[in-house]
Design a protein. Structure first.
Length: 502
C-alpha cells in the first residue's frame, strides 16, 4: 500500500503538462511581492498568465528568460517555475527564507534527470535528497528529515514518480496540499533576472583553503582588472593538480600569465604536442585544454573552462571561487541585454559539460554539411536506442523519417513529451497501466524501466535537435544532448562515433 499523498501527486504529475521539468518552492511568512523579489523578479512587473505568455512569445524556443508564478495555499506562498531551477539554488532559497519565517523548501526536476528535494533553514541548506537515489544526501545536516521519510516511495518505489515522494514530504512539512488544477488557476507571473551565484559556495564557507591571501584579495575585489590574475592563478592550480606544472611549455605559459604577458604564439604548437603526448590520459588532456583556454582564448567563460576535474579539495574550492569571481566581474561589466526579436524556429538544450564536447566541436566544424547531417541522424538514433525508445510504435516512424531526411511526424514537442511520461512508458513497455503493475515485473525489468524513464527526455530533445536548419549547429546540439542521454556511458558514445566516422 503506497503513501496516499504520494499516490495523489503521482497522478497529478502524470496528468500535468508541466510534469517533465519544474521547480516548486514553499515559503511562509511573506507576501507575493517579497517572494518575487527574492527570486530576482520585479513585483511591479507581475502579469496575468496570458500576458506573461505573450511576453515569452518574443523569445526563441529554448532561450526564454526564467519565469515564476506564485500561488497562495494556506499560510504558504508557493513559487512555481516551469522548466526552471531557481528555487533549487541555495542563493535563492536563502533569500526567500530570509524574507519569510526562515524556512524554504523545494521540489525540483529537470529534463536531464536531476531530481532533488532541498530544505533550508538557519541560512544554510540543511539537506538535499536525491528523489531517485534517496541514499544520496548532502547539506549541513543530511539526516535532518529522516524521521519524516517513513513510507515515502522515493526511487520509483511502487512505480511511483520519484518527485511525487518529494511533494508528499513537502506536504508533511507544510501541512498544505497542492491543488490538482494548480497551473490552470489565474496565478500572477513575472519574468526573472537571475540571482547571481554566491562567490563562495555554501559548503565552502569558513574553510581554510579560502584564507589564501590571493583568494582573499580576489574576493574583496572581483573586478575585470583582476581577471587576468585570476586566470593565471587558476591555470597553475590545474597544472599542479595534474602534475604537469614541470612541463616546459606549461612553465613558459604560466610564467607569462603571472607576469601579465600574452604567451608567445609558438607555444600553441607545443601545447598541441603535449596534448597528443598525454592522449589516453583523459584528465591530462583536459588539464592541457583548460590551460590552453586560459592562455589563448578571448572569451572569458572559455578562459575559465572546467574540463579538468581538480582532485585536491583545497585547489578545487579555490578554482571554483576564482571562476565565480571572474564571471561575476564579467556580468557586472556587460551592457544590458536587449530583448531579442521574435523567432519561432526551435533551438535546443545547452551544450554538454562532457570533456569530449569541446574537442569534438572543432572536428565537427571541419566536416562537410552532408556528413554533419549524417552524423546528427546517427546520434539521434543511438540516443533513442540507449533510452530504449527505438522499438516503441510511435518512435519507429520518427526514426524512419529521420533516416530519409523527412520532417519528424510529430505535431509538437509537448505531444512527444506526453509519450515519455512515466505512466506512458510503463504502458508502452508492459502493456499495463501504471496502477496495475503491482509485483509483475522482476527487479531487472524495474531497473531497465527506471533507466528508460531517466534517459528518455534527453533522447527526445536529441531527435528534435537534428532539425536545426544549420547542419553544423544541428550536429553540435545533437551531440551535446546525445552525450547527456548516454549519461554514465558517454565515453562509449564518443568511441563509437570516432570508430564509425573517423
Amino acid at each position: 500500500m503506497g503513501d496516499e499523498a504520494a499516490d495523489y501527486y503521482d497522478r497529478m504529475l502524470v496528468d500535468a503538462e508541466w510534469g517533465e521539468a519544474f521547480c516548486v518552492t514553499f515559503v511562509r511568512g511573506l507576501d507575493d511581492a517579497a517572494l518575487i523579489a527574492a527570486f530576482g523578479g520585479d513585483p511591479a512587473g507581475a502579469r496575468s498568465p496570458a500576458d506573461l505568455a505573450q511576453v515569452l512569445d518574443g523569445f526563441r524556443y529554448g532561450e526564454e528568460p526564467a519565469t515564476l508564478v506564485v500561488a497562495t495555499i494556506g499560510d504558504w506562498r508557493v513559487a512555481i517555475e516551469i522548466n526552471g531551477c531557481q528555487g533549487s539554488r541555495p542563493e535563492v532559497l536563502r533569500r526567500a527564507a530570509a524574507a519569510g519565517d526562515g524556512v524554504a523548501l523545494s521540489v525540483f526536476r529537470d529534463v536531464s534527470g536531476r531530481s532533488e528535494f532541498s530544505y533550508l533553514s538557519g541560512d544554510r541548506t540543511q539537506t538535499v535528497i536525491d528523489h531517485i537515489r534517496p541514499e544520496r544526501r548532502s547539506g549541513e545536516d543530511p539526516k535532518l528529515l529522516d524521521p519524516m521519510l517513513a513510507g515515502l516511495p522515493f526511487g520509483y518505489e511502487d512505480d511511483t514518480i520519484p518527485e511525487a515522494a518529494g511533494f508528499a514530504l513537502a506536504e508533511r512539512i507544510t501541512g498544505v496540499r497542492l491543488p490538482f488544477d494548480l497551473m490552470e488557476q489565474d496565478l500572477p507571473g513575472v519574468v526573472l533576472t537571475l540571482v547571481p551565484d554566491d562567490l563562495v559556495p555554501e559548503g565552502g564557507r569558513g574553510l581554510a583553503a579560502l584564507e589564501h591571501p590571493f583568494v582573499q584579495r580576489m574576493l574583496a575585489s572581483p573586478t575585470m582588472e583582476n581577471v587576468p590574475a585570476m586566470a593565471a592563478f587558476r591555470a597553475r592550480l590545474i597544472a599542479e593538480d595534474a602534475h604537469l606544472d614541470g612541463e616546459p611549455v606549461l612553465v613558459a605559459i604560466l610564467e607569462a600569465l603571472e607576469d601579465g604577458r600574452r604567451p608567445a604564439p609558438e607555444l600553441r604548437a607545443q601545447l598541441r604536442e603535449l596534448h597528443e603526448r598525454v592522449t589516453g590520459d583523459l584528465q591530462g588532456m583536459n588539464a592541457v585544454q583548460d590551460v590552453a583556454a586560459a592562455a589563448f582564448s578571448e572569451d572569458l567563460s572559455d578562459r575559465f573552462s572546467t574540463a579538468y576535474a581538480i582532485q585536491d579539495s583545497d585547489r578545487s574550492l579555490q578554482a571554483v571561487v576564482l571562476r565565480r569571481c571572474a564571471l561575476s566581474a564579467d556580468r557586472r561589466s556587460a551592457p544590458p541585454v536587449e530583448k531579442p526579436a521574435p523567432i519561432t524556429e526551435p533551438t535546443t538544450a545547452p551544450a554538454s559539460s562532457h570533456p569530449a564536447s569541446g574537442v569534438m566541436a572543432k572536428e565537427f566544424a571541419s566536416w562537410q554539411p552532408e556528413k554533419q547531417r549524417e552524423v546528427s541522424r546517427w546520434l539521434a538514433r543511438r540516443a533513442f536506442e540507449m533510452a530504449g525508445l527505438d522499438k516503441l510504435d510511435w518512435a519507429r516512424p520518427a526514426l524512419d523519417a529521420l533516416d530519409r531526411g523527412d520532417p519528424l511526424p510529430f505535431p509538437d514537442r509537448r505531444a512527444v513529451f506526453r509519450l515519455i511520461s512515466a505512466a506512458a512508458l510503463v504502458t508502452a513497455t508492459t502493456g499495463l497501466p501504471l496502477d496495475q503493475i503491482g509485483d509483475r515485473l522482476t527487479e531487472k525489468q524495474r531497473a531497465d524501466l527506471r533507466e528508460r524513464i531517466d534517459r528518455a527526455p534527453m533522447a527526445v530533445i536529441t531527435i528534435f535537435n537534428t532539425a536545426n536548419p544549420d547542419p553544423a549547429r544541428a550536429l553540435s546540439d545533437t551531440f551535446s544532448t546525445a552525450l547527456e542521454t548516454f549519461d554514465g556511458r558517454a565515453d562509449d558514445l564518443v568511441t563509437e562515433l570516432r570508430a564509425r566516422f573517423g
